[in-house]
Each structure stands twice: as C-alpha cells, then as structure tokens.
Design a protein around this ligand. Structure first.
Ligand code: ASP
Length: 327
C-alpha cells in the first residue's frame, strides 16, 4: 500500500526545545529530527519535513503565518495529502485560525505542539506529533478546515483556546467541545464543521488591529489615541455579552466612525449578543453606534479576521458579512 505524502512544517516551540548551556530551554530541534524520533510515524505517511522557523511562538507574526499558508497551498498543488504544522503552544489558537482562514477546508491542516520540552520526563511532543499525523491523513479530516491536535483531542481552529499555562491537557474548545479524538491509532470525528469563507493569501504589510479588553471603571480615554498610533481597526472585548460602561459608548461610536471596530466578549466563550440589552453601553447601543458584532469568535481570533479583511480591502458591509459566518 502506498502511504499518503504528508508535509510537516516546524516553526519551533517547546516541542523543539532542549536545555543548552544558557538558562532555560530554547528551540533547537528541526522537523526532520522530531519526525525521526516518533515511533510509528513512518507507518502513517511518507513524511516530507522542513523547518521554516525555529522560534518560540510569541515571536511568530501574522506575516509569518501568511507565508506558511502560502507554502501549504503550494503543497496542495504538489500532491500532499495534508500538512502538519508544529509550533509553540502559546499562539496555536491564533496560528490555527489564520491557517483556517487562508487555506480552506479541502486540504487537511493540523497544528500541534507540546507543553513539555523534548528532553523532559513524559515529553508530550512525540505523542502529539503522531496524533496530528493520524488526524491529517484521516478521511474525516477533509472538509473540517484547520484543526489543532494535542493530548489526543481534535479541536476546530475556530474554537480552540489555550486554557492552562502548564498541563498537557491545556487545550480546550469551551464553546462546543473537541470535534474528535485519536485513540487506538485512529482519528475519529464526532462533529462536522460548517464551512466558513476562505480569504485570499495577502501580500505586503498587515494592517495593525488593536485588541482591547474592557475592565470595570475603564472610561475609554485611550480609544482616541488609536488612529494616531497607526491602528487601522480595533477589536473590543466587552463585558459579558458585549457591554461597556455607559460613558464609554460615545467614545466607541467616535472610534467606529474612523475605523472598523468589532465587538467581542471578555468571557471565556459564547456569542456576542445583538438584540437583547437596551441600556447605554450594551450591545444594541454599541451596534447602533457602528460596532460590528464578532459572533462567537474570541477577541484574539476576531482580531485576525479583521486584519485579513482590512488587508483584502473589504468595506464595512463585507467585513460584517465575514463575521456573520461565525454567529
Ligand atoms: N513558550 C512556548 C512557545 O509557545 C510554549 C510552548 O511551546 O508550549 O513557543
């Protein structure tokens, strides 16, 4: 039987980190070494491994992930059955969503990493890499968009979040749960994800989008500074279902007159409301002042979607309909 060809791209992260002469662990291993260290991986697929980056994931940029999306799309034309992206766990919830937006659901993309370094007792990297590869070649992965696989759980890119700083079970999908599970050498899927629009892979610089989390008593005086700081858009993580103090509402309206402003929630998960609360600063007031409801997307993910929409030159109506896909 001919095994499927699977591209493995390593960007770095704890899964690649070992202790050197300095203090603490740092990225050292490449994709080939990682792949070679996983028992049974060569029985799953023909692995073609490369390491475009060797960094800790807080140093990855949106432009870096756009470049990875370009490589993955080229790989589709080269006949790869799927792609596994290895990277640091700190930003998996953002990278996976960017790839989901830019690659499309026809080509399985699975992002993985590790919570424990490569030479730590009980290192979770090898098991996560094997589970990611099993998921990427599974027939059920096609059409699901980008997935994140860690701790044998399969998460949708649109929902996954890093929910813990330390545990191998750090990854959660609080909105709807994991969509699948890897067990006995097989990825099983328990949900079929509705397709979401794919955006063009952009060239050039990404427009800066601010992400602001609202806190008790915050007046919003910093909003007026955003245009002068070069921001082209903003995402507001409001309280609860999308609320701010009454005094902040006019300031948000003024900002929305100058740039697209998306309303998300500072809650762990759940949709931003659109037509329930009628007090000043609540969602009906803010939407009336021009804010765009962010649906079920977290603030982090809403910021990425708004960045790509702005880069694609979309007007307010097109941006609103891009977010409507996530209601
Ligand atoms: N700080 C690391 C990173 O994101 C954490 C990890 O990989 O788990 O690169």
């Amino acid at each position: 039987m001919t095994l499927p060809r699977l591209r493995v791209l390593s960007l770095g992260g704890t899964i690649t980190m070992t202790r050197g002469n300095g203090s603490g662990i740092t990225p050292k291993l490449g994709a080939e070494e990682l792949a070679a260290s996983v028992p049974g991986l060569a029985d799953v697929a023909q692995i073609v491994a490369s390491s475009p980056f060797r960094v800790a994931s807080p140093s990855l940029s949106i432009a870096d992930l756009v470049e990875i999306a370009r490589v993955i799309r080229a790989g589709m034309a080269e006949g790869f059955a799927g792609t596994v992206v290895i990277q640091g766990t700190d930003t998996i919830e953002e990278s996976a969503f960017l790839l989901d937006l830019l690659v499309g659901a026809d080509h399985p993309v699975v992002v993985t990493g590790a919570m424990r370094g490569a030479d730590a007792p009980g290192a979770d990297g090898p098991a996560n890499l094997l589970a990611a590869a099993l998921t990427a070649v599974a027939p059920g992965a096609r059409g699901q968009g980008t997935l994140a696989v860690l701790n044998d759980q399969v998460h949708a890119a649109r929902w996954v979040q890093k929910g813990h700083t330390a545990l191998p079970s750090a990854f959660v999908s609080p909105l709807a749960g994991p969509v699948g599970l890897v067990a006995e050498g097989r990825a099983r899927f328990f949900a079929t994800l509705p397709p979401t629009p794919v955006l063009p892979v952009p060239d050039g610089e990404m427009p800066p989008v601010a992400l602001l989390r609202w806190a008790m008593g915050e007046s919003g005086r910093l909003l007026a500074a955003l245009p002068g700081l070069g921001y082209a858009g903003a995402v507001i993580e409001g309280m609860g279902a999308g609320h701010v103090p009454a005094e902040a509402a006019p300031l948000l309206g003024e900002l929305a007159a100058r740039m697209p402003v998306v309303l998300a929630s500072r809650c762990q998960t759940g949709p931003v409301f659109t037509h329930t609360y009628g007090y000043p600063g609540a969602e009906i007031d803010l939407i009336g002042r021009g804010l765009l409801p962010g649906g079920t997307l977290s603030g982090l993910k809403a910021r990425l979607l708004l960045t790509l929409c702005l880069r694609a030159g979309m007007d307010t109506a097109a941006i609103a309909s891009a977010f409507a896909a996530y209601r």
